[in-house]
Design a binder for this molecule. Structure first.
Ligand code: PEP
Ligand code: MN
Length: 269
């Protein structure tokens, strides 16, 4: 059994990532699919921070289906996101695709992402856990919830307790959405584990029109947060352009999940 990941009698765990507390309220992580250049990162970071996003995402080592697609800026991308995030005081999450990237990532970013394709790359999981950094573990495209929890167990058994799980859609049969967003699976995962569970409707659906409603549904259902792809100019995004929100759409999403506090009614006399 995955005894360390199991909920058992435990309360939900709180995972602290440079002051962002997963498991306490609804955390929104936003940023581009891929780190592209200074102008893009500055615009997107300023924009999402001003809308209330708590964390910045961006890929430097991109797991692309085709070897001819943009593969990310690599180490230069990590340096770029670290510099911009520091200026705007935003904690960061960046994916590690290989053990050789963990040294740089653990010194420059707040949280290390293990992407869907690597969920069952057990030596990468062990090495990532041993960095001691918080880990965002994404569900594999065809992974059962048991398999997700066994993957989490690989992290926990290394003594790293800062693990957040992410539902990002599973392989479906209908190309109308990129994957099948498994909201029920995410909720069931929360019944099975004490670890925080967030969602990624960007990769789950591949369609920008569906992202804000699914983030709102996930917040209403009691999940712990969402990761959303945002680009200052989606038409020019070098990866996942169809699912990128522009800053206006992201502001609209944030208004739905974190409505501004209501002005107190004036006291009646
Ligand atoms: C990502 O979040 O950048 C990503 C590649 O997602 P996934 O691993 O879920 O496909
Ligand atoms: Mn992407």
């Amino acid at each position: 059994m995955y005894q360390l990941a199991s909920r058992g009698e435990r309360e939900g765990s709180i995972v602290d990532v440079d002051g962002v507390r997963f498991g306490e309220g609804f955390v929104v992580i936003a940023g581009p699919c891929a780190i592209e250049d200074e102008f893009q990162m500055e615009a997107v970071t300023r924009g999402v921070a001003s809308c209330g996003a708590q964390m910045l995402r961006g890929g430097a080592f991109k797991p692309r289906t085709s070897p001819y697609s943009f593969q990310g800026l690599g180490e230069a991308g990590v340096e770029l996101i670290a510099r911009v995030a520091e200026k705007h005081r935003m904690p960061t999450v960046v994916e590690a695709m290989a053990e050789s990237q963990l040294g740089l990532l653990s010194s420059r970013v707040s949280m290390i992402q293990i992407g869907a394709r690597n969920m069952q790359n057990y030596s990468l999981l062990q090495a990532a856990a041993r960095t001691g950094k918080p880990i965002l573990l994404k569900r594999g495209p065809a992974a059962t919830l048991d398999e997700v929890l066994y993957a989490a167990e690989y992290l926990l058994v290394e003594g790293n307790e800062r693990v957040v799980l992410c539902e990002r859609g599973v392989r479906g049969f209908d190309p109308q959405t990129r994957n099948l967003f498994d909201l029920a699976g995410a909720l069931r995962l929360k019944e099975l584990t004490h670890l925080p569970v967030i969602v990624d409707p960007s990769h789950a659906t591949g369609r920008r029109s569906l992202i804000a409603p699914l983030v709102a549904a996930s917040a209403a259902a009691g999940l712990d947060g969402a990761m959303v792809e945002v680009h200052p100019d989606p038409a020019r995004a070098r990866s996942d352009a169809e699912q990128a929100l522009d800053l206006g759409a992201f502001a609209g999403l944030m208004a739905r999940v974190a409505p501004a506090p209501k002005v107190a009614a004036s006291p009646s006399r």
